[in-house]
Design a binder for this molecule. Structure first.
Ligand code: NAP
Length: 281
């Protein structure tokens, strides 16, 4: 027998403070839910909109109504494509928390369309959020992450990229070349950060989802023939569900992944390894 210290707490996040960008809906909200259910003390979600059906406030209300949680959700509106706004977000967080244990850089934007008419603003929008925004969010929160990290319990940066960062997902009329390039950049940024921040007791890893129904993905899912067709093409015969993201996020945020640094975990049922989609576009 081996002595596995604290195995019963291995996947728990008790006492942890997490910041999740893009936490008001979609994958960010699935992650916030999972962190609270795993015992996190505070989950700070950020997005641009506070009010309305998809704003931060309704998400915070839903999160705080989760049965059995001991922690709480807090919302702070910020545009993480804008460096001054990220700095303001950091100052806001510092008013109540001196340290951050887990940062999930999840907020992302996409744009699709034919190659030559690509408007330059679309490339700027995608790169400003998916690359510069992620870099600056990590950079400006690094001191608070380092304050929380310990040699035997490092703090965590989890970057949400996409399987589009490792394959060529869509070209032609619905091409997403800059999105794909931005996600490849996120993967490599995470590898660099793993080496840069590892000695400061911060690990950095990437989660690369395939299709999960969401505001960002639904338009493309429809264009590609709808849910049924995409399910059929997937080796697991389905699209992603909230629990798929929850499991990998809790793993990467918990003690179970203490020694994992600089990896990409694809959460796509294996569909990135199959081919054929491009010929249909
Ligand atoms: N769903 C998928 O199939 C899929 C697949 C691969 C990768 N991903 C990646 O997963 C991440 C989350 O996507 P999702 O599908 O969950 O999208 P979503 O449902 O559209 O949610 C996006 C979230 O990001 C926030 N956001 C957008 N721009 C922002 C900005 N400039 N500053 C701060 N927050 C911002 C949104 O709120 P506001 O609009 O109020 O700001 C919202 O909370 C993205 O990085 C995406 O590229 C998703």
């Amino acid at each position: 027998m081996s002595e596995l210290k604290g195995f019963d707490r291995m996947f728990r996040l008790d006492g942890k403070v997490a910041v999740i960008t893009g936490g008001s809906r979609g994958l960010g909200l699935h992650t916030a839910t999972a962190f609270l259910l795993a015992g996190a003390r505070k989950v700070i979600i950020t997005a641009r909109k506070s009010g309305g059906e998809q704003g931060i406030d309704q998400a915070v209300d839903k999160l705080n109504a989760l049965p059995g949680i001991s922690g709480k959700a807090v919302g702070i509106a910020a545009n993480v494509a804008n460096t001054e706004d990220i700095q303001r977000l950091v100052e806001e967080i510092k008013k109540t928390e001196p340290k951050i244990d887990i940062l999930v850089a999840n907020a992302g934007a996409t744009w699709g369309g034919p190659f030559e008419p690509t408007p330059d603003w679309s490339s700027q929008k995608v790169l400003d959020l998916n690359v510069r925004g992620v870099f600056n969010t990590v950079r400006l929160m690094a001191p608070m992450l380092a304050a929380a990290g310990k040699p035997d319990d490092p703090s965590r940066v989890i970057i949400v990229s996409s399987t589009a960062g490792v394959n060529v997902p869509h070209v032609g009329d619905h091409g997403t070349i800059m999105y794909s390039a931005s996600k490849a950049a996120a993967h490599h940024m995470a590898r660099n950060l793993a080496v840069e921040l590892g000695p400061r007791n911060i690990t950095t890893n990437t989660v690369a989802p395939g299709f999960f129904p969401s505001k960002l993905a639904n338009g493309l899912i429809d264009i590609l023939g709808g849910t049924k067709e995409l399910e059929n093409e997937n080796p697991r015969k389905r699209l992603g569900i909230p629990e798929d993201i929850a499991g990998v996020m809790v793993y990467l945020a918990s003690r179970a992944s203490n020694y994992v640094n600089g990896v990409d975990i694809a959460v796509d049922g294996g569909v990135r390894l199959s081919s054929g989609r491009l010929t249909k576009l």
